[in-house]
Design a protein around this ligand. Structure first.
Ligand code: ACO
Length: 439
C-alpha cells in the first residue's frame, strides 16, 4: 500500500470581494479562494443585480465549478490527483489504485484495493446480446464511435441507475467493461472474433490479451508492456475541466445517467484538438518521415498563419510550460522501443521537432511545449496499438476522471443544470415573408 502523505496546509481562505463599476453603479462580487490560492470572482448573481452577463469564448477564463479532484498549475507544470503529484503516482501506483483515489478521494487500503480489483475483474464480460449490437455496425466502423455507442447502449442493459447503490454498480461496470468494449470495437473493425476477458489477468494485461490474442493460439502478455500501458492510463486518468470532462459534467447536469454522460465524454474526446491529437501526432511524424522532409521545414509551415498545419502534440490551453505527463512519457519511450525492437525513427523525429521548437521564438513566446499527446503515440505504436485505437486508449485512461467528476457534481450542494448564456448577434424582429414574395 502506498504510504499516505500529509496534505499540505491549505492557503487561508480570504473573505474578499471584487467591485465592478458599470454605468455609474458599483456591484460587489464575492471572491472565492481555492486551497492552492487560486482566486475566482463569483459572477453567478451579477445578471440578477445588473443585467450583465460575462463573455468568455471557449471558457478559457471561466470556472464552471469548485472541485477537489485534480490540481493543475499550468505555469509551473504541476499536476496532482487529490493532492498526490503525478510523478509519484506514475512511479509507485497502479491504474486501478489511481482510479480508486480519484473516485473515492483517498488512496485505498490493501483490503479496499483488493475488493475494488476483485469487483472490477468479475464484471468484465459483456451481455451476449451485445453481439447483435456490434453485428449491426459497419464492418470497418472506427472503434471510437463504436465505443461511444456501446457505452450509451449499456444504459439499455442496466436501466436501474438512480440510487447510490445502482450508481456504485454502474461505476464498477463501466471500469470493468470499457476495456472489453474497446477491444471488441477493435476486433470488430478487423472482422476478427472477439476474445473474451480473462479474470486471472490484471487490468492492462487482460486488455492487451483481448486486443491481440487470436482464438486457439497462446498469447503471452509482456509485463513491461502491461506496465507501460498502466502508466499511460495513470497519466491520462484526469485533467480537471477539459473539453470531455466538461461534457460529462454538462450532460450529467441534466441528471442524465452515468452511461449516457460517459458516452458523450467519449464523443467529445474523439476530436483532433483534444484526444484525437495523439493520432495526428503519429500521422505528422510519419508524414515527415515518408517525405524525408526536415523537422525545420515542418515547423516553418506550423508557424505560417496562412497554412493550417499545426505542430500537433504541442500547446495546451492550461500548460504554458512543459506538460509533466509529456516529461514522464519522454523518459518511458527509449526503454519500450528497445524492448519492442522497433525503429526509433519516429521518436528521433519527435525529439528533433521538440528541440528546435523549444529554441524557436514563435513557440517560446506563446508558451507552446509538448503536451501528453506528443510522446504517447510513439509508445502506443511501439507496443502495437493501431493508430485508430489511440483515442480509445485515451478514453480508457480518462474514465476514472470522468466518473469522479460526474459523482462530485451529483453531490455538489451548489449543483445546477449547466446552461450558459450568450450575446445574441442575429437579426432583430422581422415580419414573416410569404414564399411567393421572397426574392
Ligand atoms: N502549432 C502551431 N501554433 C500553435 C499551436 C501549435 N500546436 N498551438 C497553438 N498555436 C498558436 C496559435 O496559432 C495561436 O497563435 P496566435 O496567438 O499568433 O494567433 C497561439 O499559439 C495560441 O493558440 P490557441 O489556439 O489560441 O490556444 P488554445 O488554448 O485555444 O488551444 C490547443 C490549445 C487546442 C491545444 C492548441 O495548442 C493546439 O491546437 N495544439 C495542437 C493540438 C493538440 O496537441 N491538442 C492536444 C491538447 S492536449 C489534450 O487534449 C489531451
Amino acid at each position: 500500500m502506498s504510504e499516505k502523505t500529509t496534505a499540505e496546509k491549505p492557503a487561508t481562505a480570504q473573505a474578499t470581494k471584487a467591485t465592478l463599476q458599470y454605468d455609474g453603479k458599483s456591484y460587489d462580487l464575492p471572491v472565492h479562494v481555492g486551497t492552492e490560492g487560486e482566486r475566482a470572482i463569483d459572477i453567478s448573481k451579477l445578471r440578477t443585480s445588473s443585467g450583465l452577463i460575462t463573455l468568455d469564448n471557449g471558457y478559457g477564463n471561466t470556472g464552471a465549478c469548485q472541485s477537489s479532484i485534480t490540481f493543475i498549475d499550468g505555469e509551473r507544470g504541476i499536476l496532482r490527483y487529490r493532492g498526490y503529484p503525478i510523478e509519484e503516482l506514475a512511479e509507485r501506483s497502479t491504474f486501478l489504485e489511481v482510479a480508486y483515489l480519484l473516485i473515492q478521494g483517498e488512496l485505498p487500503s490493501k483490503t479496499q484495493l483488493e475488493s475494488f480489483t476483485q469487483e472490477t475483474t468479475i464484471h468484465t464480460m459483456l451481455h451476449e446480446d451485445f453481439s447483435r449490437f456490434f453485428g449491426s455496425l459497419p464492418k470497418d466502423a472506427h472503434p471510437m464511435p463504436s465505443c461511444a455507442a456501446a457505452v450509451g447502449a449499456l444504459a439499455t442493459f442496466y436501466q436501474a441507475n438512480e440510487s447510490d447503490e445502482e450508481v456504485r454498480r454502474s461505476v464498477i461496470r463501466l471500469l470493468a467493461k470499457l476495456p472489453t468494449i474497446a477491444a471488441r470495437s477493435y476486433k470488430h473493425s478487423l472482422g476478427q472474433p472477439q476474445i473474451y476477458p480473462s479474470n486471472n489477468l490484471d487490468y492492462c494485461s487482460n486488455f492487451l490479451r483481448m486486443m491481440f490474442a487470436v482464438p486457439c493460439e497462446p498469447y503471452h502478455v509482456d509485463p513491461l508492456v502491461a506496465r507501460a500501458l498502466d502508466v499511460l492510463m495513470i497519466l491520462h486518468a484526469d485533467h480537471e475541466q477539459n473539453c470531455s470532462t466538461s461534457t460529462v459534467r454538462m450532460v450529467g447536469s441534466s441528471r442524465a445517467n452515468l452511461y449516457a454522460s460517459i458516452s458523450a465524454g467519449i464523443s467529445a474526446l474523439w476530436g483532433s484538438l483534444h484526444g484525437g491529437a495523439n493520432q495526428e501526432v503519429i500521422e505528422m511524424l510519419e508524414q515527415i518521415a515518408a517525405s524525408e522532409g526536415s523537422a525545420e521545414k515542418f515547423l516553418t509551415r506550423a508557424k505560417d498563419k496562412n497554412d493550417t498545419t499545426r505542430l500537433m502534440g504541442f500547446g495546451h490551453r492550461v500548460y504554458k510550460s512543459y506538460d509533466p505527463r509529456a516529461a514522464i512519457l519522454k523518459k518511458l519511450c527509449p526503454g519500450i522501443l528497445a524492448r519492442m525492437g522497433g525503429s526509433s525513427q519516429l521518436l528521433d523525429i519527435a525529439m528533433k521537432l521538440e528541440e528546435i521548437a523549444l529554441r524557436d521564438e514563435y513557440f517560446v513566446s506563446r508558451g507552446l511545449y509538448p503536451n501528453v499527446d506528443f510522446y504517447s503515440g510513439v509508445i502506443y505504436k511501439a507496443i502495437g496499438i493501431p493508430v485508430n485505437m489511440f483515442t480509445v486508449m485515451f478514453a480508457l485512461g480518462r474514465l476514472p476522471g470522468w466518473i469522479a467528476h460526474w459523482l462530485e457534481m451529483r453531490k455538489d450542494p451548489q449543483f445546477r443544470i449547466g446552461r450558459p448564456r450568450q450575446i445574441y448577434q442575429g437579426a432583430t424582429k422581422r415580419t414573416y415573408v410569404a414564399m411567393d414574395q421572397r426574392s
